[in-house]
Write a protein that binds this ligand. Structure first.
Ligand SMILES: Nc1nc2c(ncn2[C@@H]2O[C@H](COP(=O)(O)OP(=O)(O)O)[C@@H](O)[C@H]2O)c(=O)[nH]1
Ligand SMILES: [Mg+2]
Length: 453
């Protein structure tokens, strides 16, 4: 059973409002008591709890609902707004030269998130260096190196060295020309003194501007004490909640930020290197309260790759005669929209959990493999696949955990599509036909590999 107490009890509070016959002063006071209990049980700091519940009570008793809005909706809305205000604790990580230190217990997602951040900052045009300072787990450096290779970012580590602070010192020296340096550190299964000592020493050496606590969204009540311990050691400035793609709703984060006074900066939304979302307080609280996320839905509808956009990409490709692997990927993604659908499901009220029951279609599987392989390519290679010759094929296959044959299959597919694309010119019907073709893109031989990346 996942420790997801806070979300559940908050949903209970809203449910109580929903089922009440009328909203009067007594109910509001009761509701505020429930709210208080829910937050206190989640280890949210007493002062904050009183602050939030007093505001809710005050507003619910004194503000009148907007025209056409029921009293029930009004009170629910106030609770929602005050919770949003509670987690809306500052800006994201600034796009300026700085050192970022990752801390957290074992398995929370530090190393994975380090890779995601490297991609994030690289994409913003900032040079990045990664330091592998996890001296506790032998495989940690390899894991980080693999991620660094995927993103095209240099990783500094010293295999066999047990002095983490020394590695960090040397790494910083090596990366003195990089704009962003991210330090991945060790974890433990539980809070232990030697871990605390180690990260303290690293922080002394590195003087990182950001000390980011990485927290699995499934961590419930433990989030408070964990955050407090890390905060006492290094002064946590930001929290990243990982595994938000699962069923947990991340209520523990509220305890964590209440103990650290830090803000939540990102959410990890999958195992993949691109699965990192800037934190959005409204979206987060909607999800926590089970309200569904309308703003998120709208965003996806307009922002995610849709047919229209893909069609545009196709015609652009035809007009300019340029068609690279990124184009191919977007078109496949548009046609096999299951990924988008899955995301939508998690945001719809009452639908969370349903996404597990959807049987993913073949196109999605192909897409996943395709994405994995593409992630092992450099940007240059994706822009100009003709660069990908034998040696590179081998490197890409290794990085993606597939065979060279699989990579060749993909390239073959790409070449066929490119040919089709350029020969069937501007005919609209033809383009539609092509879209269909892409949905069934023949990567069957890769299917079994799904999940291996
Ligand atoms: N589904 C999902 N898995 C994640 C996410 N972040 C990390 N993981 C997985 O969690 C596991 C532990 O991650 P890792 O980065 O090694 O944790 P660390 O011990 O804190 O460095 C790995 O299997 C990751 O793939 C996420 O946002 N979503
Ligand atoms: Mg790690």
């Amino acid at each position: 059973m996942v420790l997801e107490g806070l979300g559940k009890s908050l949903r209970g509070v809203l449910g109580r409002i929903g089922s009440a016959s009328s909203v009067d002063e007594e109910l509001i006071k009761d509701i505020c008591k429930d709210l208080q209990r829910a937050l206190l049980e989640a280890d949210v700091n007493v002062r904050l709890v009183l602050d939030v519940t007093n505001k809710v009570k005050d507003r619910a008793l004194n503000e009148s609902p907007a025209a056409g809005r029921s009293m029930k909706d009004h009170v629910s809305q106030i609770i929602y707004q005050e919770l949003v205000a509670l987690v809306n604790n500052g800006e994201g990580i600034a796009l300026k030269p700085q050192t970022i230190m990752m801390v957290g217990l074992y398995g929370q997602g530090k190393t994975t998130t380090t890779g995601k951040l490297a991609l994030y900052f690289s994409k913003k045009g900032l040079s990045v260096g990664l330091i592998g300072a996890d001296v506790y787990r032998p495989a940690a450096l390899d894991q980080l190196k693999q991620l660094g290779e995927k993103v095209g970012v240099e990783v500094y580590g010293e295999p066999g060295q047990t002095d983490a602070a020394l590695i960090v010192k040397n790494g910083l020296e090596r990366f003195k020309d990089k704009k962003i340096v991210i330090i991945d550190t060790s974890g433990r299964h539980a809070l232990e003194d030697d871990l605390i000592e180690e990260i303290k020493r690293i922080a002394e050496v590195a003087k990182p501007q950001e000390r980011v606590l990485v927290l699995d969204s499934q961590v419930g009540q433990q989030a408070g004490p964990q955050a407090e311990a890390f905060h006492n050691a290094v002064g946590v400035t930001g929290v990243i909640l990982t595994k938000m793609d699962g069923t947990a709703k991340g209520g523990g984060a509220i305890s964590a930020i209440s103990k650290t006074n830090a803000r939540i900066v990102f959410l990890g939304t999958g195992e993949h290197i691109r699965d990192l979302e800037a934190f959005d307080a409204k979206k987060f609280i909607s999800r926590l309260l089970g309200m569904g996320d309308l703003s998120g839905l709208m965003q996806i509808a307009s922002e995610e790759i849709d047919d229209q956009e893909a069609m545009e990409a196709v015609s652009r490709a035809i007009m300019t005669g340029k068609f690279n692997l990124n184009d191919m990927y977007y078109q496949m993604a548009a046609v096999g929209k299951m990924g988008t659908l899955q995301k939508l499901m998690t945001m719809l009220p009452g639908m969370s959990g349903m996404e597990d029951k959807i049987d993913f279609e073949a196109s999605q599987k192909k897409l996943t493999v395709f994405r994995t392989i593409m992630d092992s390519m450099t940007n240059e290679e994706k822009e100009d696949p003709s660069l990908i010759k034998a040696k590179r094929i081998e490197r890409i296959a290794n990085g993606a955990g597939v065979t060279p044959h699989d990579v060749r299959e993909l390239l073959k597919q790409y070449n066929t599509m490119k040919k089709t694309m350029t020969s069937f010119g501007k005919d609209r019907k033809m383009r539609k036909q092509m879209m269909k073709q892409m949905a069934g893109v023949d990567l069957d031989s890769l299917k079994e590999l799904q999940g291996s990346g």
